[in-house]
Design a protein around this ligand. Structure first.
Ligand SMILES: NC(=O)c1ccc[n+]([C@@H]2O[C@H](COP(=O)([O-])OP(=O)(O)OC[C@H]3O[C@@H](n4cnc5c(N)ncnc54)[C@H](O)[C@@H]3O)[C@@H](O)[C@H]2O)c1
Length: 282
């Protein structure tokens, strides 16, 4: 019989958020949200390896964060689409206790030379499909495979996949409409975004089940849209769809990242946490 006496002692309350002595690796960490994840984890004591394909950007973000957390921030170049790149960083700076799969391509609306809107499904180039999935989904698989396997062999680890509210709902393409264009020329959120974000939820469930008895927990965080100087029309259209009536501030996911990456969430694995101002509740 399992009694409370046979359950190992775990820190409770605020003590459960302590990551001192742990090493976290964040992918795509030089971007808008990656640096927030880095600050969140350093704030609770983790040593943070701030990785990005763009080393100059990673170094510049790291410099800012080092002013607050001098001994905890380490920038590194890492391309999530390349196993050798991930293995190199792990061998130099590992072992990794916490992995945040955050890297993604922010799809740009783009008209091809023959004036076709290439974000639209009918014209979406196979190269864009391959490239965006390689970074957003295959990259998360590769990092989890390489770093997660070591976590499992050590009996401890946390993986956090960063998806989106679009992991559970379809994009509302009316948000992206531009005045003066015919319907067939209107830009759209590309198909890859939905496929990648839903795929991350599947990857999360698979890995969570696979490593459930190896001490590795895997969850997804699905943020809603973060305000980043978007144009007024877009903000009005989007906020009309959000019950709380506003986009997120970039700092509003920090405490969720702290919860999901620390022992504060010790009994949680395989879940997708939506933080979206209520957008997906309607
Ligand atoms: N910003 C938002 O409103 C929002 C909302 C929901 C979900 N998200 C998700 O949050 C995550 C971060 O978004 P963001 O807004 O900070 O994006 P961002 O574009 O600002 O940052 C992404 C980073 O990934 C890096 N990157 C690209 N290819 C890479 C590769 N091959 N290897 C390593 N790094 C690579 C880029 O250099 C960039 O620094 C993404 O997964 C995004 O889909 C963002």
């Amino acid at each position: 019989m399992v009694t409370s006496a046979s359950v190992p002692q775990r820190p409770v309350g605020l003590a459960a958020f302590d990551l001192e002595g742990r090493t976290a690796l964040i992918t795509g960490a030089a971007g808008l949200l990656g640096q927030e994840h880095a600050a969140a984890l350093a704030q609770i004591g983790a040593r943070v390896i701030l990785t990005d394909v763009d080393l100059a950007k990673a170094e510049s973000v790291a410099l800012e964060l080092k002013a607050l957390y001098p001994d905890l921030i380490i920038p590194a170049q890492m391309d999530v689409t390349r196993a050798d790149s991930i293995k190199h960083v792990a061998s130099q700076l590992g072992p990794i206790d916490i992995l945040v799969n955050n890297a993604a391509i922010d799809p740009k609306f783009d008209r091809s030379a023959d004036q076709v809107e290439t974000s639209r499904l009918e014209h979406f180039p196979l190269e864009s499909w391959d490239f965006q999935i390689a970074v957003g989904l295959t990259g998360a698989f590769l990092c989890s495979q390489i770093l997660g396997a070591v976590m499992a062999s050590r009996g401890f680890g946390v993986i956090l996949n960063i998806a989106s509210d679009l992991s559970v709902i379809a994009p509302d393409q009316r948000l992206y409409r531009k005045e003066g264009l015919m319907d067939e020329d209107q830009p759209v959120k590309p198909v890859t975004y939905s496929v990648i974000k839903a795929g991350l939820v599947g990857l999360t469930r698979y890995l969570a089940g696979y490593w459930a008895d190896s001490g590795v927990r895997v969850n997804t965080l699905s943020p809603g849209g973060v305000f980043n100087d978007h144009d007024e029309v877009f903000v009005r259209r989007l906020t009309d769809l959000i019950p709380m009536g506003r986009m997120a501030d970039r700092s509003e996911y920090r405490s969720a990242v702290q919860f999901l990456c620390s022992p504060a969430s010790s009994y949680m694995t395989g879940q997708n946490i939506l933080i979206d101002g209520g957008r997906t509740l309607l």
